[in-house]
Write a protein that binds this ligand. Structure first.
Ligand SMILES: [Zn+2]
Ligand SMILES: [Zn+2]
Length: 343
């Protein structure tokens, strides 16, 4: 099993999970005692600083990897905290394995996250937290950071000694993160969180998917810039007269493969909501009409465009090749026949 300790005191183990492409793993972050003297520490969850002996973050592995997670948890001290950055399955699916390995473990998460997980906590003890709560884990100090945006209950964890930010899904190792509007996520919160994380001046960012990033300021600034550029393109399309979901996507994402347009629609919805909050939408633009155009109407128009341009072009190209091949064979056969006749 691959395991990386960087920065010192923070272990990262990528584990197979049911996450979104291009990733197939969720990083399990571990803070465990480096000396037996810490094993005397008791659990305290009553003050603004929680104390415990070990910590894991986001046990999101899928069923085929449960045995590995059970083995890891059994190696850790019993007084274990399980910190959840948010409720998505690829961050919580391993909870039954944690319960099997250590029935005394305590889950720490935002109350909105706990509510969404509900029965999937499998009877594990839990405590709700918000930003500002500190964790003291066998000599390692962490601070919980409120980080809404990806979801409304999203939290990050900041390792104070090394200024390492365990970023949940706010950032990912490659590409850009999504905003889950169905779980209270929105771009307004996401941008505010990005600026607050920048102010923390982390030295390392550990996302839950992909490798740790050693240039976190560039990473966070890049995320902010990317969102601003995309939003400007979408606003330009709206100002040019696009009112329906399909018209906006086909204009703002015209350089993008048409197969990715349904995914792009999720982004467009998030940005239209953000533009509305900022009161930047033009007067004549109806958000209600836009929302109505996001369902079946979008799918029908997208499918028609797909068939009309992408599929047709491919088939036309294939048809031309076939016709050329038939003509070539016919021509050669004709030539051959002629020669035979001359003989
Ligand atoms: Zn997520
Ligand atoms: Zn995830």
């Amino acid at each position: 099993m691959f395991c990386q300790e960087y920065p010192p005191g923070v272990l990262v183990i990528p584990m197979l999970s049911r996450t979104l492409k291009p990733f197939c793993k969720t990083n399990l972050v571990i803070s465990a005692p480096t000396s037996s003297r810490f094993l005397d520490a008791d659990v305290n969850i009553n003050d603004s600083t929680f104390t415990g002996q070990a910590l894991i973050v986001d046990p999101g592995c899928s069923v085929p990897t449960y045995n590995e997670l059970v083995a890891i948890v059994r190696l850790l001290p019993k007084k274990l905290f399980v910190f959840l950055t948010h409720h998505h399955l690829d961050h919580t699916e391993g909870l039954p394995a944690v319960k099997r390995a250590n029935s005394e473990a305590i889950v720490i998460a935002h109350e909105k996250t706990l509510k969404r997980i509900g029965p999937a906590l499998y009877g594990i003890k839990y405590v709700s937290v918000t930003g500002g709560t500190k964790l003291l884990i066998s000599g390692q100090r962490f601070e919980i950071i409120a980080a809404p945006g990806h979801t409304d209950g999203h939290l990050c964890l900041f390792h104070l000694e090394t200024r390492t930010l365990v970023a949940g899904d706010h950032c990912v190792g490659e590409g850009s993160s999504i905003v889950d509007g169905n779980s209270g996520g929105n771009l307004h919160d996401y941008m505010n969180t990005s600026h607050r994380l920048l102010e923390l001046a982390p030295k390392v960012v550990v996302p839950m998917h992909g490798r740790p990033n050693l240039l976190p300021l560039q990473l966070l600034k890049g995320y902010i810039k990317h969102r601003q550029t995309r939003e400007a393109t979408i606003l330009k399309a709206i100002e040019a007269g696009a009112t329906s979901a399909f018209a906006i996507v086909s204009s703002a994402y015209k350089q993008t493969n048409i197969l990715l347009w349904p995914a792009a629609l999720i982004n467009v919805k998030v940005h239209v909501d953000h533009l509305q909050r900022q009161q930047k939408l033009p007067q004549g633009f109806s958000v209600e009409k836009f929302k109505r155009s996001c369902g079946l109407a979008f799918k029908v128009r997208w499918f028609a465009r797909f068939v009309g341009s992408y599929a047709f072009q491919r088939n036309a190209w294939r048809l031309l090749v076939c016709l050329a091949a038939i003509f070539f064979v016919w021509y050669k056969w004709g030539q051959g026949s002629g020669e035979e006749e001359e003989w």
